[in-house]
Design a protein around this ligand. Structure first.
Ligand SMILES: CC(=O)SCCNC(=O)CCNC(=O)[C@H](O)C(C)(C)COP(=O)(O)OP(=O)(O)OC[C@H]1O[C@@H](n2cnc3c(N)ncnc32)[C@H](O)[C@@H]1OP(=O)(O)O
Ligand SMILES: CC(C)C(=O)C(=O)O
Ligand SMILES: [Mg+2]
Length: 513
């Protein structure tokens, strides 16, 4: 790969804290804004639009503090085309290591009617306000709001005026998300070709997503010569939002073969900031959102899961770690197949033979038809049920009498090879009485050499897990069971060990000649 030249470098301008916050309901607190600004600075965003200082005392305070705390990023504030806004903006950003004033006015026929100015009056105002901003700050961005619906000749005229008045960045907003990729590119190309002095400034693109084309329009503008992309985390912003920062940055990284441009963003920090912005703005990320959606690296269908297990590149064009995710996920559901089930069972510690996998797969599909997602706990329970189905011994009923008066007794019914058998036995405590009852119903010579109880959860209703280990003729088997009743868990663990012993006996039986 060749080293980036200046022409390859695309500046990333983040406006989550200004345009993003303009989404109805997305207001962030002062502390939250400071935190997001710090995350943006740390991830290598070039310019942070921290707010609109004239809008409120709170916005002014946030922009001022973000400016004071900034490290590498340029800190920018927004201002309308008037001296009061621009002065207030400068007051807020001037403490930044790298301050920028961003001033704008709507230039389209419709927008010129908002302040009710003629073309000439507006041209004069642009000249005066950009000059004023440039006298305060040597880094000035100017935007003709609604540029994509502005007459080309007039747009060229006002862009030239802004450049002559000292603007260093010319931003071309598609304020209402109206343009389409080819048109977006043609507009930037036209301005660069026609406007005198265009080669001395950076052209920026600022797109909205009303027709779902914000990212495509921004990338088309880059291909035509724009070298600053304005965007927000998770695509937050007015109405349907702005270009999503993560989409532009990852598109340029993944398709660098056809879009050979570099950004300074550390993409491994994307997931973290996406989650924080979703939390603080209260705008959840849609599950299937590109790059940062919950499902962006998740595969449920069997054919895709099998392909992923064979080679992740079969179904993923970027690595999860490149966006800060630990790994892709293969959630199990009704569309999953044997390959993913086997991989999950192996991860859970089950080494399944082919016939066991076939058996559990049938049970899994039955469950998946009833449930949206089958979790690890469901599979463990399915395994328990599957192994119990083949057991020769089952605990059917148990009642113990225990307390200060000896002897303690256990009334036990075991189902042995499908037939219920009942006995009452005594012992030194309820567990001993229960084990004696098992021995009466299923006589054996195995010696108990471990009995262990531990609580799975806290509280008096905790699940107890009992482990039993026994030995017969050198064959060691273990049994385990959980129940909120410790004696029931003990009976089931003991019976589980005996079932395992029966299987071992069968396996080690000498072959008949
Ligand atoms: C496309 C964009 O994202 S633009 C940014 C939009 N963001 C915001 O508006 C958020 C912050 N805004 C605010 O807090 C308020 O609107 C304020 C403080 C800026 C202004 O509040 P108010 O003085 O009460 O005015 P109000 O919001 O009602 O109307 C906007 C005024 O700004 C004028 N105006 C709008 N854009 C511009 C501009 N670029 N340059 C100069 N004047 C402008 C309008 O003509 C109108 O003025 P008028 O009252 O003389 O007709
Ligand atoms: C202020 C400008 C740049 C804006 O947000 C827009 O036009 O969408
Ligand atoms: Mg905007």
């Amino acid at each position: 790969m060749t080293m980036p030249t200046e022409q390859d470098r695309v500046l990333i301008f983040d406006t989550t804290l200004r345009d993003g916050e303009q989404s109805p309901g997305a207001t962030m607190t002062h502390e939250e804004k400071l935190e997001i600004a710090e995350l943006l600075d740390d991830m290598g965003v070039d310019i942070i639009e921290a707010g609109f200082p004239i809008a409120s005392e709170g916005d002014f305070a946030a922009v001022s503090e973000i400016a004071m705390r900034s490290k590498e990023a340029v800190i920018c504030g927004l201002a309308r085309a008037n001296v009061k806004d621009i002065d207030r903006c400068w007051e807020a950003v001037k403490r930044a290591g790298k301050p920028r004033i961003h001033t704008f006015i709507g230039t389209s026929p419709l927008h010129r009617q908002i302040p009710n100015l003629s073309m000439d009056q507006m041209a004069d105002l642009i000249h005066d306000t950009v000059t004023h901003a440039r006298n305060l700050c040597d880094n000035v961005q100017w935007s003709p709001m609604d540029a994509t619906r502005t007459e080309h000749d007039y747009l060229c005229r006002v862009v030239e005026i802004a450049i002559k008045a000292g603007a260093t960045t010319i931003n071309i907003p598609d304020t209402v998300g109206y343009t389409a990729p080819r048109e977006s590119a043609d507009l930037i190309r036209m301005l660069i070709e026609r406007v005198p002095g265009a080669d001395e400034v950076v052209f920026a693109t600022h797109c909205h997503n009303d027709l779902g084309m914000a990212t495509a329009n921004a990338l088309a503008a880059v291909e035509a010569g724009a070298r600053q992309v304005e965007s927000t985390i998770n695509g937050l912003g007015e109405r349907a939002g702005n270009t999503a920062l993560e989409e532009v940055v990852m598109a340029l990284k993944v398709r660098n073969d056809i879009m050979p441009y570099q950004t300074g963003v550390d993409t491994s920090k994307i997931m973290n900031i996406s989650r924080r912005v979703a939390q603080v703005s209260g705008f959840p990320v849609q599950f299937n959102k590109a790059i940062v959606g919950k499902n962006a690296f998740a595969h449920e269908s069997g054919i895709h899961q099998d392909g992923m297990l064979k080679n992740p590149q079969n179904f993923e064009i970027m690595r999860p770690e490149d966006v800060g995710l630990a790994a892709s996920s293969l959630p199990l559901g009704k569309h999953s197949g044997r390959a993913a089930l086997k991989a999950k069972m192996t991860a859970l510690g089950y080494d399944l033979a082919d016939n066991q996998l076939a058996d559990i797969f049938v049970r899994f599909k039955e469950l998946a038809d009833r449930k949206k997602e089958v979790f690890d706990e469901d599979l463990i329970a399915l395994m328990g049920a599957a192994s119990e189905a083949h057991d020769r011994l089952k605990v059917k009923f148990l009642r113990v009498i225990c307390g200060t008066e000896a002897p303690q007794s256990a009334d036990l019914t075991l189902t042995i090879d499908g037939v219920d058998q009942q006995v009452t036995a005594t012992g030194d405590g309820p567990v001993d009485a229960t084990f004696n009852a098992v021995k009466v119903l299923f006589p054996h010579t195995a010696r108990l050499n471990l009995y262990q109880v531990h609580a799975v959860t806290g509280g008096t209703d905790a699940q107890a897990t009992v482990t039993v280990r026994m030995e017969e003729d050198g064959k060691i088997v273990t049994g385990q069971s959980s129940d909120t009743d410790t004696v029931v868990a003990s009976a089931k663990a003991y019976v589980n060990a005996l079932n395992n012993l029966i299987v071992r006996r069968e396996k080690t039986k000498p072959e008949a000649i």
